[in-house]
Design a protein around this ligand. Structure first.
Ligand code: UDP
Ligand code: MG
Length: 319
C-alpha cells in the first residue's frame, strides 16, 4: 500500500485517444479546469494517441506545447484500447497514482477528486462505478449479457457497473506492470491484482462529441478476452458435454442390444434420426474444437512475446 504518498502526490491521468478530434478541445479545457483546481495534487495528463487518422495527435501535441502538465505518446499505428492503456501506464511510472479514463468525456473528469479522496482514505484500487449508463439498444444488451456470463464464469468476478474508469495507487500499478499477457482485459486484471479497493459512484455521461471508436466487433472480441483469459470454465463445460454425450451414446447402444436380443428388431427405419444425430454430434465436436482454438490462439500470441505497442513519438513538456 502507498502508506505515505507525501504532502503533494503526483496523480497522472492515462487517456487513450483514437480519432477523437471533435472532443479534444473540451477534454483539454475540462482537464485544465481540474488541474487548476489543485485538489492538493500535482497533475499530469498522459494522452496516448492510438494511431488516430484525424488531427487528434496534432491537437494533443499543441496542447502539450501550451501546457507542460500534458504529455503525449503517439503509437506507430492503431494498437487498440488495451494496448494504448498499457503504453500510458508505462509512461506514467513514477506517479503516486494513475487515473485511467476514456477521452470522450463519458468518464467525467469532475469525478476524479472523489477517486483521489478514496485513495487517500486508504484504497489502493478505486473503481468508478456507474449509477446509470448512457448506452441503449444493442450495445446495452451486449454489455448486460457479457456481465451476466462473466459473473458466472470468471474466477475473478468484476463489478457489473465498472469499466476502465478508476484509480490505481503506485503498488497496484507495479503489480499491473508485472502482468505480461498480451490479451488484456483491464477490469479483470484490476480484480486479479487484489489490494484494498473502494467504489466511487458516478453518472456515466453521453459521449461529448464524435462517434464511438470501439466498434461492436471489437467489443465482442474484448468480451471474449474477458471470458477466456479469466476462466477455464469453457474447457470444463466441454468435458461435461463430452461425458453427457458419451453416456447418451452408451445408453442408446445398450438399448439397441436389448432390442435385438429380445427380437423386437424390425426393418431399419429412422434415417432422419440418424442424420440428426450425426449433425448434432458433428456440431458438438466443432464447438469443442472452436473452444480449444480460442485458448490455443491466445497461447500462440503469448508465446510470440511481441511487445504490446510501438511508440512513434513522445511529446513531454519541460517541467
Ligand atoms: N480508443 C483507443 N483505441 C481504439 C479504440 C478506442 O484508444 O482502437 C479510445 C477512444 O478514443 C476512447 C476510449 O478508447 O477514449 C473508449 O472508446 P469508445 O468511446 O469508442 O468506446 P465505448 O465508450 O463505446 O466503450
Ligand atoms: Mg465512449
Amino acid at each position: 500500500m502507498t502508506l505515505n504518498p507525501g504532502p503533494v502526490p503526483v496523480v497522472a491521468l492515462v487517456i487513450p485517444v483514437f480519432n477523437e478530434e471533435p472532443v479534444i478541445p473540451e477534454l483539454c479545457a475540462r482537464l485544465t479546469a481540474l488541474f487548476d483546481g489543485g485538489h492538493g495534487c500535482t497533475w499530469r495528463a498522459v494522452l496516448v494517441d492510438d494511431g488516430s487518422r484525424d488531427r487528434s495527435a496534432e491537437l494533443l501535441r499543441a496542447q502539450a506545447a501550451r501546457d507542460p502538465r500534458f504529455e503525449v505518446i503517439e503509437l506507430s499505428r492503431n494498437f487498440g484500447f488495451q494496448s494504448a492503456l498499457a503504453a500510458g501506464l508505462t509512461q506514467a511510472r513514477g506517479a503516486d497514482a494513475v487515473v485511467t479514463m476514456d477521452a470522450d468525456l463519458q468518464d467525467p473528469p469532475e469525478v476524479i477528486p472523489a477517486l483521489v479522496a478514496a485513495w487517500r482514505g486508504g484504497a489502493e484500487v478505486v473503481r468508478a462505478t456507474r449509477r446509470s449508463r448512457a448506452e441503449t439498444g444493442m450495445r446495452r444488451a451486449g454489455f448486460d449479457l457479457f456481465h451476466t456470463v462473466f459473473r458466472h464464469l470468471s474466477d475473478f468476478p468484476i463489478e457489473p457497473n465498472t469499466g476502465t474508469f478508476g484509480l490505481l495507487g503506485r503498488d497496484a500499478i507495479e503489480a499491473y506492470q508485472q502482468l505480461p499477457e498480451r490479451h488484456r482485459f483491464f477490469p479483470g486484471l484490476r480484480a486479479w491484482i487484489g489490494f484494498p479497493s473502494a467504489d466511487v459512484h458516478y453518472d456515466r455521461q453521453e459521449r461529448a462529441a464524435g462517434q464511438p471508436q470501439q466498434t461492436f466487433r471489437r467489443l465482442v472480441r474484448y468480451a471474449l478476452d474477458g471470458v477466456f483469459s479469466f476462466s477455464h470454465m469453457p474447457l470444463r463445460m466441454l468435458t461435461y458435454a463430452g461425458i453427457f454425450v458419451a453416456f447418451m451414446g452408451f445408453a442408446a447402444g445398450l438399448f439397441f442390444i436389448l432390442w435385438r436380443l429380445f427380437r423386437f428388431e424390425q426393418s431399419p427405419t429412422g434415417f432422419t434420426t440418424l442424420a440428426a444425430l450425426i449433425t448434432f454430434l458433428g456440431g458438438v465436436q466443432l464447438i469443442g474444437i472452436g473452444v480449444l482454438g480460442e485458448y490455443l490462439g491466445r497461447m500462440y500470441d503469448e508465446v510470440k512475446q511481441r511487445p504490446l505497442f510501438v511508440v512513434k513519438r513522445r511529446t513531454v513538456g519541460k517541467r
